[in-house]
Design a binder for this molecule. Structure first.
Ligand code: NAP
Length: 259
């Protein structure tokens, strides 16, 4: 079976870097985004030996998600990369209903429904890899108020971590692999489309993020943190989570009992 990867958000940044690297490694591609001219430019830059299907879709809409989910169901994907994303960094009281909905559709509803559609076929073929691009803000919940305005966005990343971990166990016996990629700040259009200039900050390249993801898959990592030198820190986080999960009981904790 030839390798076939569907990449959302392939018109820019990390998604474009995945497309370029996977094409060079011999994958055929399905590339998804709203900006068709960008997808056409990308397809033209790839080797003519690579089969590329362009799907123009808005993943902030039910129709867009349904169209891409149908492709996930019809094509024999060996890899799904849920990468499309937007940030809408602002306090939740300033976030419009439309922005909140767009963020949740692109970062939660679309990855969930595309994963569902792709996983059914992957399970029947006994092979498949799903990569969810999240970010280190997934672990920023307990941080102080120095990074305001990212509550909803960071929550979508935390969901990607928890669901990727759970799915990797749930579908391991069926030949499916899940990886969640957690970069820090990356030099892409992600912040500029929000009107932010982070060029003064040290930033990782999109290509390095993809290098970490592909090497992380070889290493069998479920949670890939490209800029985290001490991977043991993640192990510590997950062990503490498991201890809290296992430490619960049906009995009301004593601190909640009236004195
Ligand atoms: N850059 C960072 O610092 C950073 C850090 C951590 C995690 N991430 C994550 O990395 C992922 C990729 O972002 P990036 O940094 O590569 O940013 P980017 O350069 O802005 O790329 C975002 C991609 O998402 C697509 N997209 C956005 N809204 C969409 C929609 N409604 N429907 C379909 N496609 C849509 C865009 O395509 P169109 O506009 O053409 O539709 C574009 O291809 C995101 O999920 C983000 O959460 C980024």
């Amino acid at each position: 079976m030839s390798a076939l990867a569907l990449i959302t958000g392939a018109s820019s940044g990390i998604g474009r870097a995945y497309a370029t690297r996977l094409a060079a490694a011999g994958h055929d591609l399905v590339i998804v985004a709203r900006r068709e001219h960008r997808l056409r430019d990308l397809a033209a830059s790839l080797s003519p030996q690579v089969d590329v299907q362009i799907v123009v879709a808005d993943l902030a809409t039910d129709d867009g998600i349904d169209d891409v989910a149908a492709v996930c169901a019809e094509r024999p994907l060996t890899m799904l990369i849920n990468n499309a994303g937007i940030g809408h960094y602002m306090p939740i009281t300033e976030l419009s209903v439309e922005q909140a909905r767009e963020l949740l559709y692109v970062k939660v509803v679309a990855p969930a429904l595309l994963t569902r559609a792709a996983a059914i076929g992957m399970k029947s073929r006994g092979d498949g890899t799903v990569v969810n691009v999240a970010g280190m803000l997934a672990f920023s919940g307990p941080a102080d108020a120095s990074k305001p305005g990212r509550a909803l966005y960071a929550g979508t990343l935390a969901l990607a971590v928890a669901s990727s971990q759970t799915l990797s166990v749930e579908l391991e016996g069926d030949g499916l692999r899940f990886q969640v990629v957690c970069p820090g700040i990356v030099a892409t259009e992600f912040h500029t489309v929000q009107g932010m200039d982070l060029s003064a900050f040290p930033r990782m390249s999109a290509d390095d993020v993809v290098s970490a993801s592909l090497r992380g898959l070889e290493l069998g990592e479920v949670v890939c943190a490209p800029g985290l030198e001490d991977a043991g820190l993640l192990t510590t986080v997950f062990e503490a989570q498991l201890a809290a999960f296992a430490g619960q009981s049906p009995d009301l904790a004593s601190r909640y009992r009236e004195s």
